[in-house]
Design a protein around this ligand. Structure first.
Ligand code: AMP
Ligand code: MG
Length: 491
């Protein structure tokens, strides 16, 4: 491979700290070159915020970088090791189809991971080919960018290149490489791996590294590892509330797919819920509904308990006291989540202050939505637009009394109706990446090389709270025949 070729005009500015950890945590691994790389998507605003020059990134040399045929200056490629509970079962995993190029220092002084997804085999590939198909990479690009625009912490997508090489799944599919940007790729599973296969010193080194990267204020706490655990619990409680508030179903909340940074990661079988139903599942492999919409907060707490277990040797020298401290930290998740969620729900209803009966007001609305099989996003959109009577809720005996209670409740706060409406508009997305729209965009791109459908969808998703007429078509619910929706993971 051409090493460190003249790619500096692109603005790469690597400073690689992960590689300074024990080599227990990674294997050096270069991407495997591909036949004929072609850039199909580039996230120009993201590139600029990373200090990268979008024009240079569109050059043939940069396309080779983004496809893994060439290394940018300063890259030290590696595959990370980690373990994870997948659907409740513990497994040794690692980056089987991802390679970390390094950490980019941004103009604002942030440090972000630049990772290629689908760049060929690594020592952790097991029987996999280390490759990714175009469809799922485009899907990750769309959904992650939609999540970002919704204000939800997430890994980002910088680019997608096609490889010119097919990947062999159930059928032959075009191959692609996604460039993923993340605050880090440290997962709950990274700590599980360290606890199981590392020494206490190696576990401590990973924890110290994570503190420095994600919880610098914890460094001065009496017990920095407990402070780290609290930090992760807080971030995940906030993240899960945000997912629930927009109706996002992650689909594969294994412990290797949960970050310490609090960013959403790994867009496999994820999707946004149309009809409100807590049992909503999209993943074709989640037959038990373990990762159903309504289970997500409890699963997050379960995953965090796995993190806490991994940290036990660091929490206290007396293991009984360590367990107690861990249990106290995990027990905080439910309350934190609930507070975040209720405060988000108040905003969705246009409420600024708090009243004791708010939870009941929300619960009654959700119950009515479930009973009438209401569209989750469009119900809150209609509430914002004052058109709730035009939704599936109309004609029910419960709607009028609910509306009366809600209006009376709005009347008991100092803020006026216009302020409430503004708050609701900022809290209830008018558009989400609806599955049938995402599929249509992927089909045009995959089948016909037409990216215009995808680009238009992305433009709508970039301003989900805009409430502009051009977006109305993206608010439409799927036709009956397009449900129920299923997604397939691991491709
Ligand atoms: P995921 O369910 O996407 O989080 O992936 C679970 C594990 O399978 C991770 O360790 C991935 O790196 C690995 N993996 C998924 N697809 C492939 C592939 N095509 N080749 C090698 N490893 C893979
Ligand atoms: Mg994963």
């Amino acid at each position: 491979m051409t090493q460190h070729s003249s790619t500096h005009e692109a603005g790469w500015r690597f400073d690689n700290s992960y590689i300074r950890l024990s080599d227990l945590f990674y294997a050096r691994q270069e991407p495997t070159p591909v036949r004929s790389p072609k850039l199909v998507l580039l996230n120009e605003p993201l590139a600029a915020s990373l200090g990268l020059n979008p024009e240079v990134l569109r050059s043939p040399v940069s396309t080779e970088v983004l496809a893994g045929n060439r290394l940018p200056q300063g890259a030290e490629p590696l595959a990370q090791s980690y373990a994870g509970h997948q659907f409740g079962y513990f497994t040794m995993l690692g980056d089987g189809r991802a390679i970390l190029l390094g950490e980019q220092l941004t103009p604002t002084g942030e440090r972000v991971d630049i990772q290629l997804k689908g760049p060929g085999r690594t020592p952790y590939s097991r029987t996999g080919d280390g490759r990714a198909a175009l469809g799922p990479m485009l899907r990750e690009y769309i959904i992650s960018e939609a999540m970002h625009a919704l204000g939800i912490p997430t890994t980002r997508s910088l680019a997608v290149t096609t490889t010119g090489q097919p990947v062999h799944r159930e059928t032959e599919l075009p191959g692609a490489v996604l460039t993923r940007v993340a605050a880090s790729h440290i997962r709950v599973g990274t700590f599980q791996f360290a606890a199981k296969w590392g020494s206490v010193e190696e576990l401590r080194a990973l924890a110290d590294y994570t503190v420095e990267r994600h919880d610098p204020e914890a460094a001065t706490a009496d017990n920095r590892y407990l402070a780290l655990l609290h930090g992760v619990v807080e971030r995940q409680a906030s993240l899960l509330a945000k997912w629930q508030l927009v109706g996002f179903v992650h689909g594969v909340m294994n412990t290797d797919n949960m970050t310490l940074s609090g960013e959403t990661i790994d867009y496999g079988p994820c999707a946004f819920m149309d009809t409100y139903d807590p049992m909503t599942v999209f993943s074709s492999i989640d037959r038990q509904g373990r990762y159903a919409y309504g289970n997500q907060p409890a699963i997050a707490a379960w995953n965090l308990a796995r993190l806490a277990e991994s940290l036990l040797p660091l929490l206290h020298e007396d293991q009984e006291q360590a367990v107690q401290a861990a249990e106290r930290a995990i027990a905080q998740f439910a309350g934190l989540y609930q507070r975040n969620w209720l405060s988000g729900m108040r905003a969705k209803l246009g409420l600024f202050n708090e009243e004791a009966d708010d939870q009941a007001l929300v619960d009654e609305l959700l119950a009515l939505m479930q009973k009438t099989r209401a569209d989750y996003t469009n119900t809150f959109r209609a509430l914002t637009l004052g058109t709730l009577e035009e939704t599936s809720l109309s004609g029910t005996a419960e709607l009028t009394p609910w509306l009366e209670r809600w209006r009376a409740r709005l009347g008991r706060q100092v803020e006026n109706a216009a302020a409430s409406q503004k708050l609701m508009q900022a809290s209830n997305p008018a558009v989400i990446p609806r599955n049938h729209r995402v599929e249509a965009a992927l089909e045009a791109a995959e089948q016909h090389g037409d990216y215009s459908v995808l680009e238009r969808l992305l433009a709508a998703l970039r301003q989900p709270y805009a409430y502009v007429p051009e977006q109305a078509e993206y608010a439409e619910q799927p036709e009956r025949s397009e449900r129920p929706y299923r997604t397939y993971c691991g491709t």
